[in-house]
Ligand binder design. Sequence first.
Ligand code: PTJ
Length: 262
Amino acid sequence: ESWIPFNHPRRESLIIREMLVDGFKAGYVATQGLIAHGRGECFDYLIGEVSIPPALTAERIAVAVLLTAKHPVISVNGNTAALVPRQIVKLAGLVNARIEVNLFYRTREREELIAKVLRDNGAEEVLGVGDDASCVIPELFSERRRASCRGIYVADVVLVPLEDGDRTEALRRMGKTVIAIDLNPLSRTSRAASITIVDNVVRAIPNMIKFAEELRNWSRDELVNMVRGFNNDENLRSVLRYIVDRLNKLANEDFLIEFPKQ
Ligand code: PTJ
């Protein structure tokens, strides 16, 4: 990241790209992960690269759900390991969740590299590596269906940043509460999840850490009550309305970059 000028207007975004490229060069970000990130960036532009109100609502509810879960698990893939490894370990500690490596493009080498990244960032236990992923998620094919028998397989609540739609649906069919973080509000994952957080994982996880620090002092009843008032369908519609309103506003304003007249 040293080559990125300090005053570059898109410095933040370039640094995030660099983190993914570094993870790719180190062998744990999937090639397809770079493409997935580009799609995410596009949706991030539409929401204005900030955590919009319905995202903050979903993040708060998600933390309450994690805090009241029996067996919460945070699923980690290549992109998440590259972008927020330390923050994932912190959040897992605060909500008492186990961490599992669960890859779409599964290879033993990437699993082990990601587990190492997580351990280097403070994780004491990382599930889902190699033979630990010996339970089978029904209705999914190939290596993608393997999950840890101590982790995702028995979890009641699973947090999946950047997940594939098929797997989200399979986890829902198993009766699990699925919390998705996905910048694309139209994706199958977003539409299939129990709680959909339309936000960049680099903002969502730190926000969730703050909410966890606040909500962990709440009673179980207070948390359960708060979750009861949440409707994911309604929240996801608010995201779409937010984008429509924002684009409408921009379409009625001057948004071109001005230059002095020659
Ligand atoms: O590491 P692996 O093998 O598990 O593979 C990970 C990827 C992401 C390649 C895999 O899960 C995949 O192909 O995912 P999809 O189907 O491309 O979906 C990724 C979704 O995440 C897309 O809808 C993107 O808009 C969204 N996304 C990308 N970057 C971010 C994001 N959402 C939140 N924060 C991001 N930084």
